[in-house]
Design a protein around this ligand. Sequence first.
Ligand SMILES: C[S@@+](CC[C@H](N)C(=O)[O-])C[C@H]1O[C@@H](n2cnc3c(N)ncnc32)[C@H](O)[C@@H]1O
Length: 242
Amino acid sequence: MPRGKYGYDAPYALLIFGSLTIVSGLGALIAWWRMTTQAAASFTLYFVLFLANTASFFYTTRRGKFFEWERILDRMHLRGDERVLDLGCGRGAVLTAVARRLTTGRVTGVDIWSTMDQSGNARDVTLRNASLEGVSDRVHIETADMRALPFPDAAFDLVVSSLAIHNVRSNADRKRAIAEGFRVIKPGGRIVIADIRATALYADTLRTLGASEVKRQRLGWRFWWGNPVAATTLLTATKSQV
Ligand SMILES: C[S@@+](CC[C@H](N)C(=O)[O-])C[C@H]1O[C@@H](n2cnc3c(N)ncnc32)[C@H](O)[C@@H]1O
């Protein structure tokens, strides 16, 4: 398990989910106590759903995403000499997992350090995590917006991103982020994104840009399932050789 400290994704969402669980649980208790059966059944149903959602979210942010990214990266069989970019690296959960698989390669993380999107998010925290994981020599961090990357075309063999691109507010800006990620991939390189909500939009954008082997698959129970619309999906694509 990771030695670094990776905080909580979307801490306010977690607080809201937790509060809704408590409120619906109290509602169920009061309704059962007053013997208002229909209200009690409704509150109990909401309590179970909110509890499951909160537990899934909490588990993903503390453990599940680490396990799932280990599996994703293992299946990629990296050589170790790749140049890798992590879009919205936050405190470095995926960044350090990639770095552990590199020898002569390097992984660059870009982020704008939003503490709404991840608790305690800061460049220094990510650098400290890289140090705790023993991978500082393979990690480079830049403060940059994923919609305007400060890198030349075809600079990376692999672009990864985890639960980050949906944080960009509009679909137009999400498309810009995808286009930027695709621009900096070398021909023959890959892009691998785990995210909620907008992965169909990312896939369409990548196809329009000429990506090949564009595939989406629902990730397993370890990654937050949210609701059927928001469930976490893995998107993979390749930039064709020219
Ligand atoms: C939920 S966190 C996930 C962080 C990390 N990928 C992980 O899995 O632990 C989302 C991250 O996206 C970053 N982010 C949001 N909008 C961004 C943007 N326009 N450019 C770069 N990073 C952004 C946030 O600052 C935050 O660190």
